[in-house]
Write a protein that binds this ligand. Structure first.
Ligand SMILES: CC(C)(COP(=O)(O)OP(=O)(O)OC[C@H]1O[C@@H](n2cnc3c(N)ncnc32)[C@H](O)[C@@H]1OP(=O)(O)O)[C@@H](O)C(=O)NCCC(=O)NCCS
Length: 126
């Protein structure tokens, strides 16, 4: 989980060219085990950019270094906020979807973000 957070943060830092703070981590499910000795690869992309927030998708792949067998163990969605020098949320560049796949991913990410914010509002109301 720590590695997923670091990978997501790096993708968000590259996109925003600023330091970032984690504001939300969605439910994380492991479909397959990661075994001791496995090589772990994390692939992180920015899937949504709001005004100051970004959603990243992190895919975790475990590889048996002897057999070379690669297994997709889980996917996590994490949200970061870009901060300026004073630690205040600051605007991030927009995200341009070119392919149909990217457009669909961006739409899905916007829906996830709307759900998170609705949950936040519910939690605030107690
Ligand atoms: C991140 C933080 C600076 C945001 O400050 P804030 O006063 O809540 O600012 P805002 O309400 O304007 O939110 C900033 C952005 O985060 C988004 N956001 C806030 N809470 C969110 C949540 N629970 N889920 C998803 N996005 C969220 C807002 O939608 C907004 O995005 P936008 O600018 O793209 O529209 C503040 O909440 C904070 O410091 N949180 C603690 C973070 C932390 O300590 N993380 C480390 C965990 S180990």
């Amino acid at each position: 989980m720590k590695l997923a957070d670091e990978a997501g943060a790096l993708a968000a830092m590259r996109h925003s060219q600023n330091r970032v703070v984690t504001v939300a981590i969605d439910q994380m499910m492991f479909h397959e085990p990661i075994r001791i000795g496995d090589l772990i690869t994390l692939e992180a992309i920015v899937t949504y950019a709001g005004r100051t927030s970004m959603e990243t998708r992190v895919q975790v792949i475990a590889e048996n270094p002897i057999s070379g067998e690669r297994t997709h163990t889980n996917t996590a969605y994490l949200v970061y906020v870009a901060l300026d020098e004073d630690g205040t949320p600051t605007a991030v560049p927009g995200l341009v979807a070119e392919s149909d796949l990217e457009k669909r991913r961006m739409q899905e990410a916007a829906e996830r973000q709307a759900y998170r914010l609705a949950q936040r509002e519910l939690a605030a109301k107690g």
